[in-house]
Design a protein around this ligand. Structure first.
Ligand code: FAD
Length: 421
């Protein structure tokens, strides 16, 4: 058994990338993007493609945040069911959001192909039902997707499960040929290289310390500052920079593990079609195979850093799903923070004439961030129609002020209890 590491499995197996420049002087540019995750990199790529002069400031390395350490799952829709969105926001907003999510998936695939990003993308996704109630919810969700014209998903009975996932804990589910999975760090690095090839400049190990608003905003970092005509804030936790973001997004820590390599045959027995899987619990398990035939398994969520050892918890969960893996060792465990909003929909918009922001992708960022980054780039170039659709969503703040973290921990305990029952 291994211990929790700061470096993800993806980083451990990826080729070493030389450190990019660190900001060490004052710079003047057209557009400055803060954050070298998918959102910032996609925005930078699209701005550079428009011929704009763009500078990206990244606090650590490209993909050091959630973008380089996530489950790599390409999921249709949002972290909240389409049926719930339609009930809460009405059918026309649900349609707008559905189109946005589908557009995100198309853009993701197009970007990977167009820029030749080698990120091990595989198609096929399975939503696993743990309880009969989940089958009803999935059928309802499938009907909502089909009502919007989606034809790539189908229900799967318990009898048909072995062709998708060899686990005794599921009662059926929904297979979605439109979803899939990829290597998240390779995708992030590929985006960065594509942006640089089109002229974007990226500074690493350059945390932004302050944002000064004005006709030409200034971003202060330790080694220097960047003055720009426009600023795109693509870091997830913006409270320190934008008072408008206070209480809108909170970090939820979640962990993943990589088993030792299982060998091609054993890996295929577990997931014969190589689909990515997540279950339907509120505190869910998600997993997939890596290109080198390991099981990458994530799950749980915590608001306290002191909860039980993530490797023990995850291995217990993994062996419940796959009892046939009792002899398999865990080789790597790492964690990361998911930026969530109360609605589980992204929080994006504009403050001042020259500052845009986007965050709160709530566990669906592999797919959604690319398009949102592109919409930010379009907004900065005068066409804000796409981003306005998102900016028009009303978000509630997380309640609690200083009590926010204990309240969230309590809510999570309640969800766990509900899943267990
Ligand atoms: C363990 C885990 C599993 C996940 N699994 C999935 C999944 O399977 N599918 C899915 O769709 N989503 C998943 N997610 C969520 C997904 O990874 C995120 O939604 C997505 O990566 C968010 O991208 P981003 O660009 O908004 O933020 P990030 O990737 O976090 O990028 C923001 C960047 O900003 C930088 N930054 C922060 N502050 C500053 C500053 N002051 N100055 C300069 N730079 C700064 C950070 O270093 C970081 O690199 C998962 C997340 C985690 C943590």
């Amino acid at each position: 058994m291994t211990h929790l590491r700061d470096r993800s499995f993806y980083e451990a197996i990826a080729p070493r990338e030389p450190l990019r420049r660190i900001l060490a002087r004052d710079v003047d540019c057209d557009v400055c993007v803060v954050g070298g995750g998918y959102t910032g990199l996609s925005a930078a790529l699209h701005l550079a493609e428009q011929g704009r002069e763009v500078v990206v400031l990244e606090a650590q390395r490209i993909g050091a945040g959630a973008s380089g350490r996530n489950g790599g799952q390409i999921v249709t829709g949002f972290s909240v069911n389409l049926t719930t969105i339609a009930r809460n926001l009405g059918v026309s907003k649900a349609r707008m959001l559905w189109d946005l999510a589908e557009g995100s998936k198309s853009l993701l695939i197009d970007t990977i192909e167009r820029h030749g990003i080698a990120c091990e993308m595989v198609r096929g996704y399975f939503f696993a039902a743990v309880k009969p109630r989940h089958m009803n919810e999935l059928s309802e969700e499938l009907a909502a997707w089909e009502a919007f014209g989606y034809r790539h998903a189908r229900m799967v009975t318990r009898e048909a499960l072995p062709a998708i996932v060899a686990s005794p804990v599921y009662v059926g589910g929904m297979f979605d040929a439109g979803g899939g999975h990829l290597n998240p760090l390779s995708y992030a690095r590929g985006l960065a290289r594509a942006a640089e090839a089109r002229g974007a400049t990226i500074f690493e190990q350059t945390p932004v310390l302050a944002l000064k608003r004005g006709p030409r905003p200034v971003l202060n970092a330790q080694g220097g500052s960047v003055r720009a005509n426009q600023v795109l804030m693509c870091a997830p936790y913006l409270e320190g920079f934008l008072p408008e973001a206070r209480g809108m997004v909170v970090p939820v820590t979640t962990h993943m593990l990589a088993t030792e390599p299982l060998g091609a045959a054993r890996a295929r027995e577990l997931l014969p079609g190589n689909a990515a899987v997540s279950d339907c619990n509120a505190v869910l398990d998600y997993f997939r195979l890596s290109a080198d035939h390991r099981l990458l398994f994530g799950g749980g969520a915590s608001y306290w850093r002191t909860e039980a050892s993530p490797s023990l918890v995850l291995m217990r969960r993994l062996r419940r799903v796959f009892p046939q893996l009792t002899d398999v060792a865990c080789e790597w465990v790492w964690g990361g923070q998911v930026a969530i909003t109360t609605s589980r929909l992204p929080f994006a918009g504009q403050v001042e004439e020259n500052i845009w922001f986007a965050t709160g992708f709530s566990g669906q960022g592999v797919t959604l961030t690319g398009l949102v980054g592109k919409l930010m780039a379009e907004a900065a170039s005068g066409d804000s129609r796409g981003l306005e659709n998102l900016a028009g969503l009303r978000h509630r703040r997380f309640p609690g002020g200083a009590l926010r973290t204990p309240l969230l921990a309590l809510a999570m305990a309640w969800y766990r209890l509900r899943d267990a029952l």
